[in-house]
Write a protein that binds this ligand. Structure first.
Ligand code: LLP
Length: 402
């Protein structure tokens, strides 16, 4: 049974490993995975964790151990997945905008591949013909996702081959004898509405007659997770029900026994992670009380990059009277984590906890302002384990030619 990590435990971990610190709770990942597998139990479905959300190798190993597969967005992620022990038939590489040599490497590694341009598809067909089954990423021209920066399926998006270029794909199949096994779409991130996935399936269903060797419908990732009070997660049970009905009601898809694939990132790892940071300065600048922490957009870029909301708690003063604060980082440009938040009284030295930091948190961190990247800790089976050391000065100099 999954038990929430308490704020007291988080505080202990912060004291032991110091801050800034990413803390992940393994069982929370499994809990999310079980939600998916149980909802889709009677549909032939496989989940590939979108590892771009968080690639620490200990997380990858854990995800492999609970039975989930892995989706990669670069050849290096493929290599990490192999190092983590995933058998190659449990690894998917969904490429975009990449040099063909990376696809050749992926073929050498024998992983599943989705291709997202006519240009690479043509090169693939010419080199591998019918010898290597491959997937095509289709751009369904559907607008979906939490905001424009994370919407990927609309008609202005760089991703995939537009569905209206079907005749060009068919031409390539004819001339190079491609073996198209998968049709893939990923319409965006933070999608709450199950009907968006149904719409996507309907676009792909129209294409079925053009791909006689089709076995897999891959709907990508994008399930929404709650970031703030009142937010709702994508209703996975409803989603599974609607998808099942869509397959059963479709005259061409019904009876074909297509396999269904998903590539969830946030859904699996967002809520498992907290970023812990120490308050360095509290200052009243007239109309705003700022609390600055020993972290910043260099460690968690989502608020500044997507205006993303991350719940913030003062875990070292839970009984403090609530006051209004704007929480910032220590980076030498505006790096607001949250504005006008009601938080238990913040004193210098307090530890703040930033929720939903598992997905695209550490993974998008940088050394901006020559600050060190945080350490990472994993709590699993009640045990706390350091899974990445904090950077040191030599990490900033590594690769610099002096
Ligand atoms: N599959 C493909 C092909 C993707 O491009 C992505 C995410 C996923 C799966 C996983 O999507 P998820 O389930 O995590 O929503 N950095 C942004 C999100 C960018 C997502 C990019 N692609 C953020 O922090 O919101």
């Amino acid at each position: 049974m999954h038990e929430q990590i308490s704020n007291e435990q988080l505080l202990e971990v912060a004291n032991k490993f110091s801050t800034p610190l990413y803390v992940y709770h393994a069982e929370k990942i499994n809990q999310q995975y079980q939600k998916l597998t149980s909802a889709f139990a009677d549909i032939n479905t496989t989940f590939f964790y979108a590892s771009k959300a968080l690639t620490n190798i200990n997380i990858l190993k854990y995800i492999k151990d609970i039975g989930c597969n892995v989706d990669c967005s670069s050849i290096n992620e493929v290599k990490l997945a192999i190092l983590a022990g995933f058998p190659v038939d449990r690894i998917l590489y969904t490429s975009n905008g990449i040099d063909f040599s990376e696809i050749e490497e992926a073929v050498e590694a024998r992983v599943h591949i989705n291709i997202d341009s006519l240009s690479n598809l043509e090169k693939f067909g010419k080199k591998f013909g019918h010898s290597y089954p491959v997937g095509i990423r289709i751009r369904p021209n559907i607008m979906a996702g939490g905001n424009l920066k994370i919407a990927t399926g609309h008609d202005g998006s760089k991703f995939g081959i537009p569905v209206d270029q079907l005749s060009k794909i068919e031409q390539l199949i004819k001339t190079t004898n491609l073996y198209i096994k998968t049709l893939h779409i990923h319409t965006g991130s933070d999608i709450k509405d199950p009907d968006v996935f149904v719409k996507g399936i309907e676009v792909l269903f129209e294409l079925i007659p053009h791909f006689p060797e089709l076995e897999i419908i891959d709907l990508g990732g994008g399930f929404k997770v709650p970031y703030k009070a009142g937010d709702e997660e994508t209703d996975i049970i409803m989603l599974a029900k609607k998808i099942k009905e869509t397959f059963e009601n479709h005259p061409v898809a019904n009876g074909k026994n297509f396999k269904l694939w998903f590539e969830p990132g946030k859904f699996l790892v967002s809520a498992c992670g907290n970023l812990l940071a120490r308050v360095t300065v509290v200052k009243d600048n007239g109309n705003t009380v700022f609390a600055a922490v020993n972290s910043g957009l260099n460690h968690l870029i989502r608020p500044m990059m997507y205006d993303a909301y991350h719940h913030i708690e003062n875990i070292s003063n839970p009984a403090g009277v609530k006051k209004v604060y704007t929480i910032t980082g220590n980076i030498c440009e505006t790096d607001t984590f949250g504005s006008d938040r009601d938080i238990n009284e913040i004193r210098e030295g307090d530890i703040l906890s930033f929720h939903n930091a598992g997905a695209y948190g550490f993974e998008m961190a940088s050394n901006y302002n020559s600050r060190f990247k945080p350490a990472e800790v994993l709590i699993k089976d009640g045990k706390t384990q350091l899974i990445r050391k904090r950077d040191e000065m030599e990490d900033l100099l590594r690769n610099q030619v002096i």
